[in-house]
Design a protein around this ligand. Sequence first.
Ligand SMILES: NC(=O)c1ccc[n+]([C@@H]2O[C@H](COP(=O)([O-])OP(=O)(O)OC[C@H]3O[C@@H](n4cnc5c(N)ncnc54)[C@H](OP(=O)(O)O)[C@@H]3O)[C@@H](O)[C@H]2O)c1
Length: 275
Amino acid sequence: MDILIVGGSGFLGRELAHQASASGHTVTATFTTRAGDIPGIHWLAMDLRRGEEITRALRKTEPDVVINAAYRKADWATTADGAICLAMAATQHGCRLVHVSSDAVFSGADVHYDESATPDPITPYGAAKAAAETAIRQLAPAAVVARTSLIIGDGDSGHEALVHDLATGRRKGVLYTDDIRCPVHVTDLARALLELASSDHTGVCHLAGTDAVSRHELGVLIAERDELDATMLTAGRRADSDSPGALNVRLDSTRTQHTLRTTLRGARDFLHRER
Ligand SMILES: NC(=O)c1ccc[n+]([C@@H]2O[C@H](COP(=O)([O-])OP(=O)(O)OC[C@H]3O[C@@H](n4cnc5c(N)ncnc54)[C@H](OP(=O)(O)O)[C@@H]3O)[C@@H](O)[C@H]2O)c1
């Protein structure tokens, strides 16, 4: 397949590009600031805020599938409007679309969210992701909207960098014990997204790990895997802080998992350290 990975220079995008290329697909990956350095990938500068760049990219690459892994948290123009423009363009060009969304579309009021749950965001980021989802489902009903949770790697995600900084005293801060998510490993997530890209799935899919853990428990698991001093990680409660955001959001991926060959492991599994 010819695959266009929008946001290919990002954390998830790089893993998608790496796996897709290793599987023999022809891969073009986009960036806005800096091209990646994965061999065998065509890199293309493309800004989702510029409709003409989206059109040019699709004309140039003529992909079978577009995977949108791009976002900028505080930027509605990228995360909502840009994603919607991309969906319209992909539909016009007859390309399959896999759009990556987030558990941030949920408030946490209901705690457990399966694929049928209705978004009720409570942050600007969550609202941008929910707006993109709603529009894409109308404009591109054959698209996959894949919601995921905290994306963890083998040391290279932002979440792991934060834990390293806290555990070594480079940064001060707390990890919340009441802020609960279902983290996923980036290799599982990329594999599942590529599986969906080459399938005939449509609509909302959930691609989160099987374990619900707090930010603090996640930090301890990362610290233990990386042989850092987990006692350096200060526990706190988001409910007692001024920090806005959902508390307990558990994406239930059971329905999607039944349709996949890829196993979405839980954080306690993929962060387990052999002793
Ligand atoms: N990370 C998580 O824990 C998490 C959790 C839930 C959902 N998600 C979702 O997963 C997806 C990937 O997240 P990630 O952590 O891999 O993101 P990331 O590392 O921050 O990468 C974001 C990508 O988007 C690109 N980008 C930013 N602004 C753009 C614009 N205006 N036009 C086109 N591309 C733009 C960036 O390009 P440059 O770097 O070149 O600017 C980069 O390639 C996103 O949809 C996010 O909402 C992530």
